[in-house]
Design a protein around this ligand. Structure first.
Ligand SMILES: *[C@@H]1O[C@H](CO)[C@@H](O)[C@H](O)[C@H]1NC(C)=O
Length: 385
């Protein structure tokens, strides 16, 4: 009895293994690819009696797109160079003599932003003209948009935004070299797209444009001994030639002028003054000015530098300093002796002593100080009986 029962169970087990419709699973069940990438989905028969036939279907029996291929045994579905139309569900259907089993995979194709520029591909602008290049962008998440000009070895960014769905680049054409390839690029985490527009400049070569010179900093201060560089920029066509000069004076002896940049080495007080940038081309010239001041540390002297007096007399010594203002003065006695009670010192550096005593004899030091440095000078006082 026991034996019969177990045999029964065994044969029904055999029956369920061998006379069974197929069970399948897909791997991966959900997959996301970037546009133009490839992806494969595998269908595996986990149970069911052989032979099992595999096929893949799209919802509503849509045919598989031409870039979707199924391997010889039907188990692997490959999407080459994914595109938005490939997105959706893929059903693996397994069939054997006992029935069907299915499993479903979902494919998502991430899309880079979509870019459209107007005017499209090419625009002609006359010298002196202005044109607006527009870029319209769609995409999720919202892409950043940038207009740039393609130059040799670099991209010159004109405008960019991270908000909004369109961006306009205004291009002013003053010379043939203002033409070129302008590119709108949209970028989000799913990809990058760009569109180009070729800007052709018409009738440029014959039209000269007056120069316009400019200096960013019109006032500057340097400290004695420093190296100073002055930059001048100029627009115009043909490209203006820039020359530098100094108002009512020759340029400093140690100067160098390259392009629009004037370099002055080891400047001194005498180099202060107005510098003129002159941009010249066949259409005319344009001047720009910069006022440069050179600050110097004080240089102190005393007048007189020696005083001889009698007891009871008065004396006056003036400390004088050249250099950048404000300058402060400080009088002390050399050797640390105290100043006479009759001594008076003014802000301007004047030392006065009335009712001189013999003990007021000695050396007096004046220190003149400004923000750059200080200088000292000594005067000798001799008081006789
Ligand atoms: C600038 O150049 C023009 C043309 O060469 C000239 O006439 C003018 O005097 C120059 N200006 C200065 C400040 O040198």
């Amino acid at each position: 009895m026991e034996v019969i029962k177990s045999t029964l169970i065994f044969s029904s087990l055999l029956l369920t293994v061998f006379a069974q419709k197929p069970v399948v699973s897909v791997e991966p069940r959900s997959v996301t690819v970037k546009q133009d990438e490839a992806v494969s989905i595998r269908c595996r028969v986990t149970s069911g009696s052989q032979p099992v036939q595999l096929e893949w279907k799209r919802p509503n029996n849509q045919p598989l797109a031409d870039n979707v291929k199924v391997g010889p045994d039907g188990s692997v579905l490959t999407v080459a160079s994914a595109r938005p139309g490939n997105q959706g569900q893929y059903r693996c259907i397994a069939t054997n003599a006992h029935g069907k089993g299915t499993a479903m995979a979902t494919l998502t194709v991430k899309q880079p932003p979509n870019v459209r520029v107007t005017p499209a591909s090419q625009v002609k602008v006359k010298v002196g003209g202005v044109t607006s290049l527009q870029c319209h962008v769609s995409g999720k998440p919202r892409p950043s948009i940038t207009w740039f000009k393609q130059e040799v070895g670099r991209e010159l960014v004109l405008v960019s935004t991270t908000t909004g769905t369109s961006l306009t680049a205004k291009v002013t054409v003053t010379a043939p070299q203002d033409g070129g390839t302008f590119v709108c690029r949209a970028q989000n985490k799913d990809g990058t797209s760009e569109e180009k527009v070729e800007l052709k400049v018409e009738g440029g070569a014959s039209v000269a444009i007056e120069p316009k010179a400019s200096i960013q900093q019109t006032d500057m201060t340097a400290v004695e001994g420093q190296t100073v560089t002055l930059h001048c920029q100029a627009t115009g066509f043909p490209t203006p030639v820039i020359t530098w000069s100094k108002l009512r004076a020759p340029l400093p002896w140690q100067h160098k002028s390259v392009g629009g940049t004037l370099t002055l080495n080891n400047v001194g007080r005498q180099d202060s003054g107005q510098y003129i940038c002159n941009a010249t081309n066949s259409a005319g010239f344009s001047e720009a000015y910069v006022q440069m001041e050179v600050d110097t540390p004080p240089y102190a002297t005393t007048i007189p530098d020696r005083v001889t007096a009698r007891r009871g007399d008065s004396m006056r010594v003036q400390c004088i300093a050249h250099g950048s203002h404000p300058i402060s003065f400080h009088w002390t006695r050399v050797g640390g002796a105290a100043m006479s009670l009759g001594a008076k010192i003014t802000k301007e550096g004047m030392l006065t002593i009335t009712q001189l005593k013999v003990s007021d004899s000695g050396e007096y030091k004046c220190v003149a100080t400004n923000y750059i440095g200080s200088s000292e000078t000594v005067t000798t006082v001799m008081v006789r009986e």
